[in-house]
Design a protein around this ligand. Structure first.
Ligand SMILES: Nc1ncnc2c1ncn2[C@@H]1O[C@H](COP(=O)(O)OP(=O)(O)O)[C@@H](O)[C@H]1O
Ligand SMILES: N[C@@H](CCOP(=O)(O)O)C(=O)O
Length: 311
């Protein structure tokens, strides 16, 4: 039977100031999905590796199957597929775990069906899957995982997604403390209303960050990596957040923030050496407050999801 395997990278959503509208993909890790065509209709999640048995095999709960089903519905197709998922990133970590599964599944399904969609047109199906996994159809993980690089979600209705430039020499450090934080939970602490002065500060920073990416202006990027909308409320869920922030900045990071909804923290640096020094400093500070962390370094992944193998 025909089969296709695809990979989709982990992602850092929000990038501090761009709550629900900015994200970038990282090279360090991601999910792999293999799809095998079946003779009869229906999507079956046959196996999941690397999740410690935590993820649902039921098709209506697994983001791989939810995303593919949305695509099949759009095509009015009854094609059946067996799904084999290999998780390559920790769950509930803030690195776009559910998104990577959905995007890898969509990339594979699209190829299996003869590429009926352009890559960008797969996004609504991935957003439908995010809704099931974390209760909100945010696109700031799925868009960069699919397209690679920095991505701006300018609008959701209708979807308007813009790929942004990636300055040469920009590195990401990720510090993943060993506990899980569900996206739905860290969304529940956010406020529905924001003061006008915060809206102004946040708009300035989003605009500054985007200008900084276009101009490769690292100082401007640095000044713009500031979030007054989500971070102050979420920081209370993240032990040691402010101490680690100071340590990362002192080690030379351009800026830092919560990766997605946490608990992973990200920092952006100019050059690999600084990114490594930032990782060391963060690890030391986390250890001072009694938390073990995994540290990852990565350039910005500009490729996004890709086909690994087809038979
Ligand atoms: N393939 C999948 N199918 C269903 N749920 C998933 C899948 N992959 C991850 N999840 C779950 O979705 C929830 C939300 O994930 P997500 O928002 O991506 O978390 P994070 O990005 O913080 O790791 C988590 O509880 C995670 O365990
Ligand atoms: N914009 C979302 C991003 C969630 O990212 P995740 O990687 O934690 O799923 C949010 O901030 O809630």
């Amino acid at each position: 039977m025909r089969s296709v395997k695809a990979f989709a990278p982990a992602t850092v959503a929000n990038v501090s100031c761009g709550f629900d509208i900015l994200g970038f993909a990282i090279d360090a890790m991601g999910d792999t999905v293999e799809l095998v065509l079946k003779d009869e209709p229906g999507l079956v999640v046959v196996s999941i590796d690397g999740d410690g048995g935590k993820l649902p095999l039921e098709a209506e709960k697994n983001t791989c199957a939810v995303a593919i089903q949305a695509m099949l519905d759009e095509l009015d197709s009854k094609v059946g597929m067996n799904i084999y998922l290999t998780k390559g990133l920790p769950l509930g970590s803030g690195m776009g775990s559910s998104a990577a599964s959905a995007v890898a599944a969509l990339a594979a399904a699209n190829r299996l069906l003869g590429d009926p969609f352009e890559k960008k047109d797969l996004l609504p199906f991935a957003i439908a899957a995010e809704k099931v996994a974390c209760g909100a159809g945010h696109a700031d993980n799925v868009a960069p995982s699919l397209l690679g690089g920095f991505v701006l979600v300018r609008d959701y209705h209708p979807l308007d997604v813009i790929k942004l430039p990636v300055p040469q020499g920009l590195y990401c450090t990720l510090l993943h403390p060993h506990y899980e934080l569900k996206t739905a939970d860290s969304r529940s602490v956010l406020r529905d209303q924001i003061p006008m002065k915060h809206a102004t500060i946040q708009s300035g920073n989003v605009a500054g960050l985007i200008a900084g990416l276009y101009e490769s202006d690292f100082e401007l990027i640095s000044r713009s990596l500031r979030d007054v909308i989500a971070e102050p409320y979420r920081a209370v869920l993240l032990p040691g957040f402010y101490e680690v922030r100071e340590a990362l900045k002192s080690a030379g990071a351009l800026g830092m923030g919560i990766s997605g909804s946490g608990p992973t923290l990200f920092a952006l640096s100019r050059g690999k050496e600084t990114a490594e020094a930032v990782g060391e400093a963060g690890k030391k500070m986390f250890s001072k407050i009694g938390l073990e962390v995994d540290v990852y370094f990565s350039e910005i992944n500009t490729q996004g999801a890709y086909i690994v193998e087809e038979k």
